[in-house]
Design a protein around this ligand. Structure first.
Ligand code: 5AD
Ligand code: SF4
Length: 354
């Protein structure tokens, strides 16, 4: 007979290493009571290891140009319907200024893979941001050379987000033409070596994915000991080859989030914008089953409307940090949690350094 969910959870909470089959069982059980047990264990783990604070990371989406052609993403090279933009240095710094005035201690600079921004350009931007503000800086600009990553790190970037997207190597290559999972993982290891706090993550509900793939996603992130993991539902975009694929389910994304929390107790897990975009209470629900980070989009409205990775993205009418931060803070308060006051560095990273 299959092991009971309660038994599997108990063993993990005692520090045991679950098998892939155990993880699949946690991801697959359709029993409502089991689900409650899993969500409660995730919430307990979050509270015990990370406390009640929710860390805010303000994202500036500074360019929607991309040389890649991922089948799921609206920024893909072949999407000719998308009007492209690049923010100027001044516009980027102004958006950051506003974020800092609203109380943010982390700024995330994100873009498509845009070679216009060379390693040098990006490192100059990081240097200017760091001179101006006492903030942690996260970069999210995709696949780059090790030299570029080093330049960014030397300029003072603290963290790097590079989702592995899916741990199934065949699906990875199918969805991200011309690229392989192994290379992506190699980059994640470089970033660790260079001293970045590293964020990975995956989508839930991709066509061709099953519970085994999702278990592999979590096991890969456990193996890499990532400081952060962004886990959100896949949302089909009509201007991509996956226009007619099924949307990922909020319940499924929450389940993966909860199981990830139980297995990655010190890893920062955001309540993702994608989840909030397909469910009105997405953020609140995520905060109740393991999430401890929210990433408000502080890009000026005229640009963020064009950063159309997927449709229905929440918050695209909120102008900059001045509007988005108070709304997010209210959600955090209503969830019985507090807004983080520090940089929100990863406890894993602090452990490694001490
Ligand atoms: N649905 C949900 N998330 C998506 N992303 C890209 N396309 C989609 C989509 N259609 C996510 C990926 C990527 C980030 C830029 O956005 O995980 O890392
Ligand atoms: Fe470009 Fe990233 Fe979108 Fe792929 S997921 S098309 S690399 S922005």
């Amino acid at each position: 007979m299959a092991k009971e969910i309660r038994t599997i959870l108990g063993a993990i909470e005692k520090g045991g290493d679950p098998s892939r089959d155990d993880i699949i069982a946690l991801l697959k059980t359709a029993d409502k009571n089991d689900e409650k047990l899993i969500f409660a264990a995730a919430d307990r783990t979050r509270k015990q290891y990370l406390g009640n604070e929710v860390h805010l990371r303000g994202i500036i989406e500074f360019s929607n140009y991309c040389v890649k052609n991922c089948l799921y993403c609206g920024l893909r090279r072949d999407n000719k319907k998308l009007q492209r933009y690049r923010m100027t240095t001044q516009e980027i710094l102004s958006a950051a200024d506003e974020g800092v005035r609203a109380g943010l201690k982390t700024i995330v600079l994100q873009s498509g893979e845009d070679p216009y921004f060379t390693g040098d350009t990006l490192s100059r931007l990081i240097t200017r941001l760091k001179e101006r503000h006492d903030v942690a800086v996260t970069m999210s600009v995709g696949d780059r050379t090790k030299t570029d990553y080093r330049l960014m790190r030397e300029a003072g970037a603290d963290r790097y987000l590079l989702k592995h997207e899916t741990a199934d190597p065949d699906l990875f290559t199918k969805l991200r033409p011309g690229t392989v999972l192994e290379e992506r993982v190699k980059r994640l290891r470089w970033l660790k070596e260079l001293g970045f706090q590293v964020g990975s993550g995956n989508m839930v509900g991709l066509p061709g994915q099953d519970a085994g793939t999702l278990a592999d996603d979590i096991m890969l992130m456990r193996d890499l000991n990532v400081e952060m993991a962004g886990i959100g539902p896949f949302i089909p975009n009509q201007d991509t080859p996956l226009a007619h694929a099924k949307e990922g389910k909020a319940e499924a994304a929450l389940r993966v989030l909860a199981v990830a929390r139980i297995l990655l107790p010190y890893t920062h897990l955001p309540a993702t914008t994608a989840l909030a975009s397909i469910h009105a209470e997405g953020r609140e629900m995520a905060l109740m089953c393991g999430a401890n980070v929210i990433m408000p989009d502080i890009t000026p409205v005229r640009y963020k409307k064009l950063y159309r990775i997927y449709p229905k993205k929440v918050g695209t009418d909120e102008e900059g940090a001045a509007q988005s931060i108070p709304l997010i803070s209210a959600i955090i308060g209503r969830s019985g949690r507090s807004v983080g006051t520090g940089y929100g560095h990863s406890p894993l990273h602090e452990q490694r350094r001490s």
